[in-house]
Design a protein around this ligand. Structure first.
Ligand SMILES: Nc1ncnc2c1ncn2[C@@H]1O[C@H](COP(=O)(O)OP(=O)(O)OP(=O)(O)O)[C@@H](O)[C@H]1O
Ligand SMILES: [Mg+2]
Length: 276
């Protein structure tokens, strides 16, 4: 009976895991120890933010998860690692093709899957509408602001409707109003499509507003120092952003980032079960 229950739990944990890093170390060729002893499990449909100081290895976690880099030690469970392309990456810099129009840049992932521009047109248009770039289809990246380039990059990620979305400071270059609007849009889409999102940000408020769980990292070596579940149901709204509970979460994360012990009473450190 016990064995059966244990087997069921094991099976359920495998089936519900989207990404897992097990005791991952990453040492770059020049000897930089970017990550040490990273253990992180992200369930399907979960929205997890990574916060931490510059150089603590946030982008490295995403690159390893996307299969763009390999761990020095430990192992990673991710669809990318077994060659599945059902995963999209919004890079820290927009990484657009300068010689191609907005339309062609957003078409790229579909083109790589063999889909013509004509057949892809409505999906590209829908992705551009989501990031409010309709009317800029024929512009080149040099004609766009930093924030607009980033929005093209987000449209390029969304156009394939991936199950896993890795986002590296996607809204860092945006003004507060655009950031707030896109935060709302992103949550709306996440609830609608049940994506798994791993989101890197320096903005504590953004992390708390968006996430099921905030993972706090520290540098030298890059490591996880706290995992804080944000146990507030979705949909979240302006009322949440201005609530005492929101401020308390932000304060707790700021404490962790400052290397201080969690204030008492501590928040639970078990992963949140709140999904859309
Ligand atoms: N290709 C590379 N070769 C050597 N060292 C690297 C390489 N990429 C990253 N690093 C180093 O690894 C560490 C972690 O870098 P990473 O880019 O993951 O940090 P980050 O948390 O994303 O920082 P930021 O917030 O500034 O983007 C840093 O010390 C960085 O200098
Ligand atoms: Mg980075």
């Amino acid at each position: 009976m016990l064995a059966k229950a244990a087997l069921r739990d094991f099976y359920e944990s495998i089936m519900s895991t989207a990404i897992a890093l097990h005791q991952v170390n990453k040492v770059y060729a020049n000897g930089t120890v970017a990550l040490r002893g990273i253990d992180l499990t992200i369930r399907k449909g979960e929205f997890v933010s990574l916060v931490g100081p510059s150089g603590c290895g946030k982008s490295t976690v995403l690159k390893l998860t996307a299969g763009l880099s390999t761990p020095t030690q430990g192992y990673i469970e991710s669809p990318a690692v077994v060659g599945d392309r059902d995963l999209a990456f919004v890079f820290q810099d927009a990484a657009l093709m300068p010689w191609a129009t907005v339309l062609d840049n957003v078409h790229l992932p579909l083109k790589l899957k063999g889909q013509s521009l004509r057949a892809s047109r409505s999906r590209i248009q829908a992705a551009l509408n989501l990031v409010a770039l309709q009317g800029f289809e024929h512009s080149y990246p040099r004609q766009l602001s930093g924030g607009m380039k980033m929005r093209v990059s987000i449209a390029r990620a969304l156009v394939t409707n991936p199950h896993i979305l890795l986002m590296d400071e996607p809204f860092g270059a945006l003004d507060e109003m655009s950031r707030s609007r896109l935060n709302g849009e992103l949550l709306h889409l996440w609830e609608q499509y049940h994506w798994t999102v791993v989101f890197v940000t320096h903005n504590i408020y953004e992390a708390v507003y968006l996430s099921n769980r905030v993972v706090v990292m520290a540098a030298q070596p890059g490591r996880i120092v706290a995992e804080i579940p944000i146990e507030v149901p979705y949909p979240r709204d302006e009322e949440f952003r201005t609530s005492p509970q929101f401020n308390q979460y932000c304060r707790d994360i700021a404490h962790c980032l400052a290397g201080e012990a969690m204030p008492t009473p501590p928040l639970s450190t078990t992963p949140s079960t709140a999904t859309p």
